[in-house]
Design a protein. Sequence first.
Length: 122
Amino acid sequence: MSGDVHARVTDDFSAYLEGELTPAGRARVEEHLGKCIQCRTNLERLRRTLGTLTALKEKAPGTFLPDIQKQINERSRGRFFGRRWLLFGRIPFEWVSLAMIVAMLLYYIVTLQSSPTGVSPR
Ligand SMILES: [Zn+2]
């Protein structure tokens, strides 16, 4: 029985933190929080997680991703995100796939024609 209350209140946590609960729902959550340290702890943990995520979203500078790639590149001694990847990034991926398909098709045709077991006139 009391487990149900925990579950229901826990379900409402994110709505509670975002202020989306009705006044009645809010009161129910707050009343339960007042007497349940377990849910208070859980709510605090969720609040901190959401806060961290929000802070990350807001504070990530424009160079965030390039910085990470540079770090990885340096730590892997150029194995990842090196020039090769930069070059690859400049060629549209569709072109690469198209070139590969054409190459495979050519290979297939050549193999078929030179194969002794291939279909050939008598
Ligand atoms: Zn509880």
